[in-house]
Design a protein around this ligand. Structure first.
Ligand code: AKB
Length: 310
């Protein structure tokens, strides 16, 4: 029987992944943790532990006392927010990952850890970005994810740790807000469209970025973790594609539902980050090794977001 610890459980991905894991493994087998103690109220049916993920000793204590067999390590600072305090972002993203990898080595845990398209950057082909291109990341978040991928591969090769990872594109969802990413416009726009019928976008109209709807993102994590170990040949992180679009294309889709919707553009520092990232992702390796297939296109995402946003 699996017993699963989730770090950063109150974040955009955490809330939905935790619910999916409760459905798959049962509430008694899922332990949510987050630095924000108040987020306990989001997890009524399961045990919640306040946890600063950089406290590596505490991670090991929880693993031992709760008989944890898997960790979904989601706690991280994202691309845009990370630029406010690069050293703290590095400290949090790396120290927490190394603590989880050490616990995995010592207690024989299986680990899921999300990487990101932020690992790509200068020298990376932006269109149909392959699995292992040259890449010089433009943000400290991207540097931490790129280094993190190498650490994951190292622990897998050297200590046989069963670590699995995907490089998420921008995630779109309605259950919990995103926390300081460059792709956040693709969530904010839905809320503002519903509330005010207008949105001022911080990226230019023609900025094409890879995105993914949350049900696909959750399924990617669970399918990857459920795949037989013999099929998982990539221990850095897998490219996974969902859908690629620009703010202008999303606006046209939104106008099909809200004809009066208006968008304006005031690009800020996030434009430069977005311009360093891929416009589309080649996920052939994930397709071949564990049969990854996304299900949501832009039309379905738009319809479902508008239906579900309160
Ligand atoms: C961000 O924009 O920082 C994240 C990501 C692509 O990893 N959504």
């Amino acid at each position: 029987m699996e017993k699963i610890l989730i770090t950063g459980a109150a974040g955009q991905l955490g809330v939905e992944l935790t619910n999916a894991l409760i459905s798959k493994y049962g509430a008694n087998n899922i332990l949510a943790s987050d630095i924000n103690a108040k987020s306990a109220e989001k997890f009524q049916s399961i045990k919640f532990i306040p946890l600063d993920a950089t406290d590596t000793k505490r991670i090991a204590e929880i693993v031992a006392s709760e008989h944890i067999t898997q960790i979904y390590h989601l706690a991280a600072i994202l691309s845009a927010k990370g630029e406010d305090n690069p050293l703290f972002t590095w400290e949090l993203n790396m120290k927490s990952l190394l603590g989880v990898l050490e616990a995995a080595k010592n207690y024989n845990l299986k680990v899921f850890w999300p990487s990101s398209i932020a690992v790509f950057g200068k020298d990376t082909p932006r269109e149909n970005t392959p699995q292992n291109p040259p890449a010089i990341p433009s943000t400290v978040y991207g540097i931490s994810k790129q280094a993190g991928e190498q650490w994951c591969n190292y622990y897998a090769e050297k200590f046989n740790v069963d670590i699995r990872s995907v490089r998420y594109p921008g995630l779109i969802s309605y259950s919990a807000p995103p926390g300081g990413g460059t792709t956040d416009y693709a969530v904010e726009i839905f809320y503002e469209a519903k509330e005010k019928n207008e949105y001022n976008c911080f990226l230019k109209a023609d900025t094409r970025l890879p995105m993914m709807y949350m049900p696909d993102a959750v399924r990617a994590a669970i399918e990857l973790m459920s795949a037989p170990a013999s099929r998982i040949k990539t221990r850095t992180s897998y490219n996974v594609a969902g859908v690629s679009f620009t703010p202008d294309e999303l606006t046209k889709e939104l106008k099909g539902h809200l004809p009066e919707f208006k968008i304006s553009y005031t690009p800020d520092f996030r434009q430069k980050i977005a311009d360093s990232w891929p416009t589309s992702i080649n996920d052939q390796v994930a397709k071949t090794e564990w049969e990854w297939t996304p299900k949501y296109n832009l039309a379905r995402i738009t319809e479902d977001m508008l239906k579900n946003i309160k």
